[in-house]
Write a protein that binds this ligand. Structure first.
Ligand code: PHE
Ligand code: ZN
Length: 849
């Protein structure tokens, strides 16, 4: 099955397919182990292509028959597909294949989940359904007939026929095969309705398994809000008569934007106050918006090839972030996104897996659905918008939709609409797409007789395959504060385009304090030798909410690093600053809760490594514990009142206002638990009326080494609910002490409910293990060995999820020689596993190199 030497695919090798597809007709005769797929496809030579090789992808297909213009052929088939000689004129291709969805554990192509048939075709799954030119630049209309003895039979587009045991769907919008979807099963519809801006009625449905009907209201409302928002903000109207969303339990990713038939991991759509946390609600709302927004940015305008993945993903993540900012709190969303970027994208960009937002080569495209492509891709759009301004941005977007509707596009097309609307030369800006690595911006200042000079220098470290880095265009939003805290210069966007550049501010009465990289205006690492006093000043006075938060974050990081490196005690500037913020009742509770957050232990390890130190996971863990304890004592008097924020009279709502109060109250509970032996947490657990309150109380109890009884009652209460049980598994590993994490995780893998073939459950335990920094990095290597055991076990079953989880090892070169040896041994053991998948092979070899 596997190739001896995996092939590498290059962006520079792109050529168009030799044929165009005018229409696709598919018939599915469903059977768990022998589904028949009959295709009838109208091809014609592509006048714009010189290479007329007729290659159809096909994997794991049993060919029953094939014909061209009615004449049977017996093609030679490899494990990748077939090449056939065709007429140099339009022709009809017909084929019948047999597939085995019941044994498809990889969850790619047509597979089964709890007796329900469903598909996942992005990126290259359609070739496991039938022979086809499975590439995003080949677009066609699809008509799909499903024959099957199941009550609900769905595909893309509009319904075009229905009878006992069959249904037909027609999708009038040409689409690439990766957007194809089919669902069949015993599902229940939660219906909804939307009237578009031009007055068309759209029927909405959220399809769920019996028992999940009570978890649909929120998702449906989020969908309706998204549809309205895309009309209001981008002028984008929905374009079919129906929009279906289906929830499935077995899914590798969050969700998929198939045309008119989005398929969701049930964790990314099902919600109820009793079973979902406030954070779950926010995430679900964002994912529903994301998939819906793909209808225009992804589906109507798609990608020419998979190297252009960020064209749809970066833009769609940017759009869903705008949506969340609009309907919730913009500063809170910006801070959450910055935390996420630092936690997930920076380690990727600064380690062995570093790759450009638009990669230039890959072996397995599934390995490039990364934080870099998605989140850094979205940051690039944000920078572009900041540089050209809001008005030019919306003009450029209008032009993009007008010019490219119905096309499969490239980043060049995207950049060109901005150049054409603004007359700017964006060639240097485009380096953001091709250069990997996180730029570091160093700040130096000079004050002379009323003139303040800010000098910014940029530098990007060498990354795999890229030794030379050129200066990028970095928008640096800056504001200046006077000594009394007043803003003496409002925010201005400086364009840093050279390796080093100075900017002058004249006519100032006194030396200002600069607030730099406001609103996190670029995805860079800012190196600014502020004194603790300056940081404390910004924490107290910065008028930019993001930088005010950032000042607190840097203070926290500096004090933690001093505690680790110099055995210092927790810094007073940090403790007093936090106290003042918590006291400030004018500040949004959600914002105050974020102010209580600390850099993650993994980020602290990165910061130490950056300073040339070898991070010691236990020392990091201890510093965090000590600072938490000191904070709890320092703000002790405020805690009861802060905790009472969670006592909301109104019925539960997941809205930003209530969620913010609960988040502050629960942050206070976590601190209180360090002082009262988690007594208040036990009370909250007993009284909890929603999952946010219940779970945060349970986590406080576990952190305090208690909660044994509550864990059992929680299990009894929720064992019927797969999504809640995922939390039960993850929390125990996440809250375990460094010494016991690996053992707790191992014991849980022996639990009867550890269904490891379900990606959510696998991730609940193994993902939590990898995220528990000090536990995962236990000095004897038990954490590494356990994860490697399970990755080896999962690989033949589900290569995609296995490969993604290998990234837990990507930071290995930060650590000491003993840990490096232990990790290298595990990576080598994985790499040497016979028949290792292409996905995992690529990941492990990149991490090892
Ligand atoms: N395209 C999906 C999204 O970002 C993600 C996805 C990729 C899902 C590949 C499944 C498989 O919305
Ligand atoms: Zn997406």
């Amino acid at each position: 099955m596997r190739d001896a030497a995996p092939t590498t695919i290059y962006l520079k090798d792109y050529t168009p397919f030799g044929y165009l597809v005018d229409s696709v007709h598919l018939t599915f005769d469903l059977a768990a182990h022998a589904t028949r797929v009959t295709s009838r496809i109208a091809f014609r030579p592509n006048p714009e292509a010189s290479d007329k090789t007729f290659f159809l992808h096909g994997e794991d297909l049993k060919l029953i028959r094939a014909s061209i213009d009615g004449a049977d052929i017996t093609p030679e088939i490899t494990d990748k597909g077939m090449t056939v000689v065709t007429p140099d004129a339009p022709f009809i291709w017909e084929a019948e294949v047999e597939i085995d969805p019941g044994n498809n554990t990889a969850l790619e192509g047509l597979y089964m989940s709890n007796g329900m048939y469903c598909t996942q075709c992005e990126a290259e799954g359609f070739r496991k359904i039938t022979f086809y030119p499975d590439r995003p630049d080949v677009m066609s209309t699809f008509t799909v007939r499903i024959n099957g003895d199941l009550p609900v039979l769905l595909s893309n587009g509009n319904p075009s026929g229905k009878g006992e045991g069959w249904a037909e769907w027609t999708d009038p919008w040409p689409k690439p095969a990766y957007l194809f979807a089919l669902v069949a099963g015993e599902l229940i519809a939660h219906p909804g309705q939307f009237t578009t801006m031009s007055g068309r009625d759209v029927e909405l449905n959220l399809w769920v398994r019996p028992g999940d009907e009570g978890k649909c209201d929120f998702g449906m409302e989020a969908l309706r809000k998204s549809m309205k928002w895309d009309e209001d903000v981008y002028g984008r109207e929905y374009d079919l008569d129906v929009f279906n969303i289906v929830a499935v339990d077995d899914f590798n990713m969050g969700a998929m934007e198939n045309k008119g038939l989005n398929i969701f991991n049930s964790s990314a759509v099902l919600a109820s106050p009793e079973t979902s946390t406030d954070a779950n609600f926010e995430r679900i709302e964002a994912i529903i918006a994301h998939e819906y927004f793909h209808n225009w940015t992804g589906n109507r305008i798609t990608c020419r090839d998979w190297f252009q993945l960020c064209l749809k993903e970066g833009l769609t993540v940017f759009r869903d972030a705008q949506f969340t900012s609009d309907i919730r709190s913009a500063p809170v969303k910006r801070i959450e996104d910055a935390i996420d970027l630092c936690a997930r994208q920076f380690p990727e960009d600064n380690g062995p897996l570093s790759h450009p937002v638009r990669p230039e080569s890959f072996q397995e495209i599934n390995n490039f659905y990364t934080a870099t492509v998605y989140e850094k891709g979205a940051e690039i759009i944000g920078m572009l918008k900041r540089l050209v301004g809001d008005e030019a941005y919306s003009k450029a977007l209008d032009l993009y939709f007008l010019r490219h509707d119905g096309q499969a596009c490239t980043i060049e097309d995207w950049i060109k609409v901005f150049e054409d609307t603004t007359d700017r030369d964006l060639s240097q800006f485009k380096r953001w797409y091709s250069q990997s690595g996180t730029p570091r911006v160093t700040v130096s200042e000079d004050w002379n007789d009323g003139t303040y000079t800010l000098t910014l220098a940029q530098h990007t470290e060498e990354t795999p395959g890229q030794s030379e880095k050129l200066p990028q265009v970095i928008p640096v939003a800056v504001g200046l504060l006077g000594q009394n805290g007043d803003e003496v210069r409002a925010t201005e966007v400086l364009e840093l385009t050279e390796a080093e550049q100075s900017f002058q501010f004249t006519g100032l009465a006194a030396k200002p304090v600069a607030s730099i990289l406001r609103d996190f205006s670029a995805p860079v690492i800012l190196e600014h030798d502020h004194t603790d006093a300056e940081r404390a000043f910004l924490l107290a006075h910065d008028t930019d909410p993001f930088n005010r938060w950032q000042a607190g974050r840097s203070l926290a990081q500096d004090t933690l690093l001093r505690m680790i490196l110099e055995d210092a005690t927790p810094g007073a500037d940090y403790l007093d600053g936090v106290l003042a913020v918590l006291r400030d009742g004018e500040l949004d509770p959600a914002y105050r809760a974020l102010m209580l957050g600390l850099p993650s232990q993994s980020e602290l390890a990165a910061a130490l490594f950056d300073r040339g130190e070898t991070p010691d996971p236990m020392a990091i863990w201890t510093s965090v514990e000590t600072l938490r304890q000191a904070t709890a004592q320092h703000v002790q008097d405020l805690l009861p009142r802060l905790h009472s924020e969670t006592l909301i009279e109104a019925p539960y709502s997941p809205d930003a206002d209530q969620a913010g109060k609960r988040s502050l109250g629960n942050a206070a509970l976590a601190l209180t638990s360090r002082l009262d032996g988690a007594a208040m947490a036990a009370e909250q657990y007993a009284a909890a009326g929603n999952m946010t309150q219940q779970l945060s109380a349970l986590s406080c109890l576990l952190r305090a080494g208690k909660g044994e009884a509550e864990l059992s009652t929680f299990y009894v209460q929720w064992q019927h609910d797969r999504l809640v049980m995922d939390k039960w598994f993850a929390l125990q590993v996440g809250m375990a002490s460094p010494a016991t994490t690996a053992d707790v995780a191992r014991t849980l893998t022996e639990h009867a409910d550890f269904n490891w073939k379900n990606p959510n459950r696998f991730r609940a335990v193994m993902g939590a293990l990898a995220m528990n920094h000090a536990g995962f990095h236990r000095a004897d290597g038990a954490g590494y060995a356990l994860l490697a055991d399970w990755l080896i076990k999962l690989d033949p079953v589900n290569p995609q999820t296995t490969a993604r989880m290998c990234s837990a090892f990507q930071t290995w070169k930060r650590y000491d020689a003993d840990r490096q040896d232990l990790i290298r041994a595990q990576l080598t053991r994985i790499a040497e596993t016979p028949d290792l998948s292409r996905d995992t092979t690529e990941m492990v070899s990149r991490i090892l190199n």
